[in-house]
Design a protein around this ligand. Structure first.
Ligand code: FES
Ligand code: FES
Length: 172
């Protein structure tokens, strides 16, 4: 049988899987791939600082083992935009001061990016009036859907404005 190399695509670049099966996706991204934009807050699924996209869906990378992602496409904050060429969401956070210390910000932006796709696809949340209707990026929807991303600085008001503005432009 031919040996298949096992790797994860991170922001379009293939990285070999770690040899230690206990390595979290978060530690793999930060320490093996050198992508320190993804932050470790609680390391057990409580804060959302480690949010990344896997196949376009948001997950807490601290709760997932890297070896579970053989062949997956992972996108981190570094893959959404750059300081020279920020994504519309990144620009909106900057314009609206959607942060204070910035520690939660990469997770907020990755989470918001996938959340906007969920709204576009009419996936209902606990705040939705109907399970089958058209869903708008209302403040209540955004608050509910972003409730897994904590901000110890309490920059929530500006985070909400930043996401609402980016959602109005229907761009990420
Ligand atoms: Fe993963 Fe807090 S570091 S949820
Ligand atoms: Fe400091 Fe959110 S900006 S934790």
């Amino acid at each position: 049988m031919q040996h298949q190399s096992r790797s994860i695509s991170v922001n379009g670049t293939a990285h070999p899987l770690p040899s230690d099966p206990r390595r979290s996706l978060l530690d793999f991204l930060r320490e093996d791939c050198g992508l320190t934009g993804t932050k470790k807050g609680c390391d057990h699924g409580q804060c959302g600082a480690c949010t990344v996209l896997v196949g376009g869906l948001r997950i807490n990378s601290c709760l997932s083992l890297a070896v579970m992602h053989d062949g997956d496409e992972v996108t981190t904050i570094e893959g959404l935009g750059t300081p020279e060429n920020p994504s519309p969401l990144q620009r909106s956070f900057h314009e609206h001061d959607g942060f204070q210390c910035g520690y939660c910000t990469p997770g907020q932006i990755c989470s918001a990016s996938a959340m906007m796709d969920e709204i576009t696809n009419n996936w209902p949340s606990d705040a939705s009036e109907s399970l089958t209707g058209d869903i708008q990026a209302s403040d209540a929807e955004i608050r509910e859907r972003m409730s897994g991303n904590l901000c110890r600085c309490g920059a929530y008001a500006n985070i909400l404005t930043a996401i609402r503005d980016a959602a109005a432009g229907a761009d990420r």
